[in-house]
Design a protein around this ligand. Structure first.
Ligand code: NAD
Length: 253
């Protein structure tokens, strides 16, 4: 990059592993300066930063809980200083709690699931809009929210709380896209099906993809790259007329 200022500045939340880390790597290879947000695992985030640097790209890692308003405001302020104002945001950070029927769920669990998945996406989008919107002197940009096929299927007997949170993300995507469509910002979502990442272990079922894949028309789980490529397309100018779109990446499920 030879010291030339990069125009495209991407923030990927929850970017130290899984779909987020893959999105960060591919985006950096495509010329974005990338901020990898992580919650706890600094070593994993730094490893992704190193990998990107070794491939000739530019990345930094910044800690922060997306559900915490102060953390989110500090995150975007630090990106302003270190990379310049954000032009692309991937709201990827998400949590899944242990499989459970509704009778067993308590308010503390619902609060955790909604805070990270919904409030986290909302707060990060807000900070991005404050910087990207032509209404505030910005140069526009693109936001991609990582939803889930669960918003459409409902995740019965497993995690209806997660499905509800992802449903809120879908509605937020559609509403926000319309609200700021005239301000140079596109807002879309991807809805992955079952993808090989570590999230299933926190749901209490590390082997989930193997169990579920028989019900996928393509008869297999997806790879993080297959989701990341859809995210990068939605961020790119190739998707210049797409906003408010929910793009399923599910092997036909
Ligand atoms: P993952 O667990 O590897 O990644 C999630 C990342 O988010 C982790 O790095 C985690 O530390 C981070 N995170 C969680 N809470 C956070 C917080 N409060 N602040 C900052 N970071 C936080 O799993 P993944 O599959 O790569 O998940 C990425 C996204 O894809 C999630 O939104 C998930 O809901 C969604 N998704 C995954 C699948 C799948 O089958 N893997 C399917 C549909 C949707």
């Amino acid at each position: 990059y030879g010291g030339i200022a990069l125009k495209k500045v991407l923030v990927v939340t929850g970017g130290s592993r899984g779909i987020g880390a893959t999105t960060a790597r591919l985006a950096a290879a495509g010329g974005y300066a990338v901020c990898i947000n992580y919650r706890h695992n600094e070593a994993a985030a730094q490893a992704v930063v190193e990998e990107i640097a070794q491939a000739g790209g530019k990345a930094i890692a910044i800690a922060g809980d997306v559900g915490n308003e102060d953390d989110v405001m500090r995150l975007f302020a630090e990106v302003d200083e270190k990379l310049g104002p954000v032009t692309a945001l991937v709201n990827n950070a998400g949590i899944l709690e242990r499989q459970m029927r509704v009778e067993e769920m308590d308010a503390a669990r619902l609060s955790r699931v909604l805070t990270t998945n919904v409030i986290g996406s909302f707060l990060c989008a807000r900070e991005a809009v404050r910087r990207m919107s032509t209404r505030h002197g910005g140069e526009g940009g693109a936001i991609v929210n990582v939803s889930s096929i669960a918003s459409r299927l409902g995740a019965p007997d497993e995690y209806v709380d997660y499905a509800a949170a992802k449903g809120a993300i879908d509605s937020f995507t559609i509403g926000l896209a319309k609200e700021i469509a005239g301000e140079g910002i596109r807002v879309n979502a991807v809805r992955p099906g079952v993808i090989y990442t570590e999230i299933h272990a926190s749901g209490g079922e590390p082997g989930r993809v193997e169990r579920v894949k028989a019900g996928v028309p393509m008869q297999r789980g997806g790879q993080p790259e297959e989701v990341a490529r859809a995210i990068l397309w939605l961020l790119s100018d190739e998707a210049s007329y797409a906003t408010g779109t929910l793009l399923d990446v599910t092997g036909g499920r």
